[in-house]
Design a protein around this ligand. Sequence first.
Ligand code: SF4
Ligand code: SF4
Length: 153
Amino acid sequence: MKCRIVLGFDPNMRFECVKCGSCCRTTTHNIVPLQLYPQEVSRIRDMGYRDSIAYIGRVHYIRAVNSHCIFLTDDDLCMLRLKHKWSPVNCRLFPITVKLINDTFILNMNWEYSSKVSCKGFGLGPTIAERFKDIEELLDEIAEYTTYSRNAY
Ligand code: SF4
Ligand code: SF4
């Protein structure tokens, strides 16, 4: 991890996802409001899900149907994870959001969307500081996507 990291929240906050699937349900413009990276868009299309991506305001998102992510199963599981053992990095990072500006990752808590979907993970499990290695791995993934994009232009 070569980039600097700036946190916009208290790292001593506890959070553990209880896999309730609420963040996979949304009615916001018929999309899941978590941005996809271009490489993820290609990956999803290569998996054969050609009509599952929306492009709004120069940003790619996963489509929502009947108020939930197109990939959410009837059992509230992620079909991408079930069938392909993979899901977009911002799904895995939620409720943390990230912006990469120059060589600095700016991490914030997505209070607006987590409150909208009544995310139940706050106050549970280890502190964010204790699981920071996992978060750094996700940031490495994002850095790779971004470096590739930078070199491609
Ligand atoms: S809403 Fe929160 S607790 Fe529920 S699946 Fe999403 S991140 Fe996990
Ligand atoms: S891709 Fe999977 S994890 Fe992401 S919102 Fe859809 S169902 Fe949830």
